[in-house]
Design a protein around this ligand. Structure first.
Ligand code: ASP
Length: 321
């Protein structure tokens, strides 16, 4: 009798271990900013929510089928880049000379390997190129024409910039040019953080940057530590917001460093960092997951397109504060 109790205890232990290993999660953002309910039609709101849900489901099913977080993040960001709703891939905001110039980065938390590209104009899915840089070059960060030459050498197709331009973005460029600004207070960058069943964290971010940007301006998105960071020992983070402030505060790494050195929660770390951004006059948000699967979606703007889905089906999709 005693022996069978012992076996049951072992069995229970093994089952709970197994359940632990089955844990995974995914979180996404589609940009933060002055996103107010009063400025959004019901149809638009529905459209955004559907896209976010589809994106989450793509990542969730890869992770559920024992896929790697790097594959989930790449697939989800590719999907969001292909949607014209967001400021990434097709539908990216336009630079001062009416071109799309895209930045992207990806980082894995198991070996701290990373890849990034900036200022590419002829790549359909910048996140795929960022991953290629990470996996098939000796470098972390390639820019402009060089990045496109590398893409060609790896079998990527170069597409015409016009294929990435949408009417909606042309209109916003015209409006913002009247004000001679790059601040439109809406950041539609996309980002994704995933943890797979092996506990590997990957983060990725992709963007067209800021409307009316000039002089090959580069934002935070392709800068490892600012727009994207991942470390299995701490967390994965993807940022969105006014890039200059996110670079100056090294936002994504700052959150990870607080967890590493100060042993505080990811939520408090993110709040502290966003407070620093705000103090300097910046705005935006971050998404992240820590190594214990705690999820954050923090922002200091009116809204942020965002959502998460966990191994147990728990899901949240939200837009406003
Ligand atoms: N962070 C991006 C940039 O500054 C903009 C965004 O988040 O939409 O390029």
């Amino acid at each position: 009798m005693k022996l069978s109790k012992f076996y049951y205890a072992i069995l229970f232990f093994l089952i709970s271990c197994n359940q632990d290993n089955d844990r995974f999660a995914i979180v996404i953002h589609g940009g933060a900013g002055t996103i107010l309910k009063k400025n959004m039609s019901d149809e638009m709101e529905k459209e955004y929510k559907i896209k976010l849900e589809e994106a989450l489901n793509i990542g969730h099913s890869i992770l559920r089928e024992n896929g790697k977080s790097i594959d989930a993040v790449e697939a989800v960001i590719k999907f969001l880049e292909d949607s014209e709703l967001f400021n990434a891939g097709k539908g990216s905001v336009l630079s001062n000379n009416e071109e799309v110039e895209m930045d992207a980065s990806i980082m894995r938390g198991d070996n701290l390997n990373a890849g990034a590209i900036s200022g590419v104009k002829q790549i359909k899915n910048p996140i795929k190129l960022a991953r290629k840089v990470m996996e098939e070059s000796d470098h972390v960060f390639l820019s402009g024409l060089g990045a496109e030459k590398f893409a060609l050498s790896k079998g990527f197709e170069l597409i015409s910039n016009e294929n990435l331009i949408t009417e909606k973005r042309l209109k916003s460029l015209k409006n913002i040019k009247k004000r001679d600004s790059i601040i439109d207070n809406k950041f539609g960058t996309v980002g994704c953080v995933a943890v797979d069943k092996n506990g590997n964290i990957t983060s990725g971010t992709s963007t067209g940057g800021m409307t009316n940007k000039k002089w090959n301006r580069i934002g935070d998105v392709p800068i490892i530590g600012a727009g994207t960071y991942a470390n299995n020992e701490t967390c994965g983070i993807s940022s969105t917001g006014w890039g200059e402030f996110f670079i100056r505060n090294v936002v994504a790494y700052d959150i990870s460093a607080q967890i590493e050195y100060n042993k505080i929660s990811i939520k408090n770390a993110a709040k502290n960092t966003l407070e620093k951004v705000k103090k300097l006059g910046g705005s935006g948000g971050v998404i992240g997951i820590d190594k214990d699967l705690n999820i954050i979606m923090e922002f200091n703007t009116e809204g942020m397109y965002r959502g998460f889905k966990k191994y147990n089906g728990e899901t949240e999709i939200k837009i406003y504060k």
